[in-house]
Write a protein that binds this ligand. Structure first.
Ligand SMILES: Cc1cc2nc3c(=O)[nH]c(=O)nc-3n(C[C@H](O)[C@H](O)[C@H](O)COP(=O)(O)OP(=O)(O)OC[C@H]3O[C@@H](n4cnc5c(N)ncnc54)[C@H](O)[C@@H]3O)c2cc1C
Length: 342
């Protein structure tokens, strides 16, 4: 009997999981493997602010019950980092040197937080929010009523800020061009949105450029952010929010075309006939804009995974993303973002 087709998905996020269940529905006999660097099954990233409301158990934010993968005959390889993909031999190499063969590959490796080069030396003095474990570590470092210094903001950080303020922490935001990422804000709108952030209880410091993060002196908060003009701001934790950049390094020798993300056509096909991509990792050709562009947000990402999987199984369907990038200020003076609707 012939071996079943091995569909491999790199990424256990919204795109990867949307793809996996679609593949299972459309190809009941195939072998499906999801690979992730993470240690937990799929959980909602947008639920991570709940950690600051006291959620200590990752089971509370799982998208599916634990038996889901077994029930759908999906092999989940956790704690497994892909270091290389070879499109010619259709093989994947892991950091632990294992090599896995695929027949068809879906790259759903998402993005990670961008940190400007000038701050990279200070990464170890900052706190993260990208995973459940990182959120727990950050919460433990925050004293009751303590201060979070947010660098940049972005809609992920601002979402967290809303919760932090609601549960009694202070948020000092160093606003810059990333503050409303991924939304595009016109220069004449910016003042209104900054005022709306202040109305939401965020202490905004606009126009200062952080150049260093230091440990606080004895008797002062644990961290000090130093500005290029010599000024500074103290807080208990410092969190960078400069938007996301695609996680595509392991594809550099795969043979597919890459710009800032993996380049795909509207059918989410890369330049390799056996490799598709979906989610934050890819840039999609947009005939309307005559350029490759990113589609962010939970709904887009999930749909991309599903469309890519249908195309893997023989359809030729274009992805039509929701393109609502506008920010609004609601009647109560608070910011409303399509990114926060899930
Ligand atoms: C903290 C946080 C909060 C967010 N809140 C919102 C929100 O409120 N609303 C919204 O619309 N969007 C939100 N987003 C953005 C949204 O989560 C992303 O658009 C979405 O998660 C992207 O999904 P994805 O499937 O493309 O990738 P991800 O969910 O990022 O998943 C990437 C997967 O790829 C794996 N991976 C990456 N590289 C490798 C490798 N080399 N080897 C093996 N595995 C690898 C990772 O381990 C992970 O499993 C948030 C994101 C974060 C980080």
């Amino acid at each position: 009997m012939a071996e079943p087709t091995h569909n491999v998905i790199i990424g256990n996020g919204s795109a990867g999981n949307g793809a996996a269940i679609t593949l299972r529905e459309r190809d009941p006999d195939s072998r499906i493997t999801i690979i992730t660097m993470g240690s937990l099954p799929f959980y909602n990233r947008y639920d991570l602010p709940r950690v600051f409301r006291g959620c200590d158990d990752w089971r509370e934010i799982l998208v599916h019950p634990l038996a889901y993968y077994d029930d759908n005959r999906i092999t989940l390889r956790r704690n497994s980092r892909v270091t290389d993909v070879d499109g010619r031999s259709r093989s994947i190499t892991f950091a632990h040197n294992e090599v896995m063969h695929y027949d068809q590959l879906l790259v759903c490796a998402g993005g990670r937080g961008y940190l400007p080069e000038e701050l990279s030396d200070y990464y170890g003095l900052m706190h993260g929010f990208h995973s459940f474990e990182a959120a727990i570590t950050t919460r433990r470092a925050l004293p009751e009523g303590g201060t979070v210094v947010m660098l940049g903001g972005d809609m992920i950080g601002l979402d967290l800020a809303r919760t932090l303020i609601d549960v009694g922490y202070r948020v000092a935001l160093l606003a810059n061009e990333y503050t409303f990422w991924p939304h595009r804000i016109d220069a004449d709108e910016r003042g209104g949105f900054i005022a709306a952030l202040e109305h939401m209880g965020i202490e905004v410091v606009d126009g200062m450029r952080p150049v260093a993060v230091e440990e606080g002196a004895a008797g002062t908060p644990a961290r000090r952010v130093v500005f290029d003009d010599g000024g500074s701001l103290d807080g208990d934790v410092v969190m960078p929010f400069y938007g996301l950049v695609p996680t595509a390094e392991f594809m550099l020798r795969s043979g597919v075309d890459i710009e800032r993300g993996l380049l795909v056509d509207p059918q989410l096909h890369t330049t390799d006939p056996h490799i598709w991509a979906a989610g934050d990792v890819c840039q999609i050709w947009s005939a309307a804009d005559n350029e490759y562009r990113f589609y962010y947000g939970w709904t887009n990402v999930r749909q991309m995974g599903e469309v890519a999987a249908r195309n893997v199984t023989g359809t030729n369907e274009p992805f039509e993303g929701v393109d609502d990038e506008r920010l609004h200020i609601g009647k109560d003076g608070h910011i409303l973002s399509p990114f926060w609707e899930h």
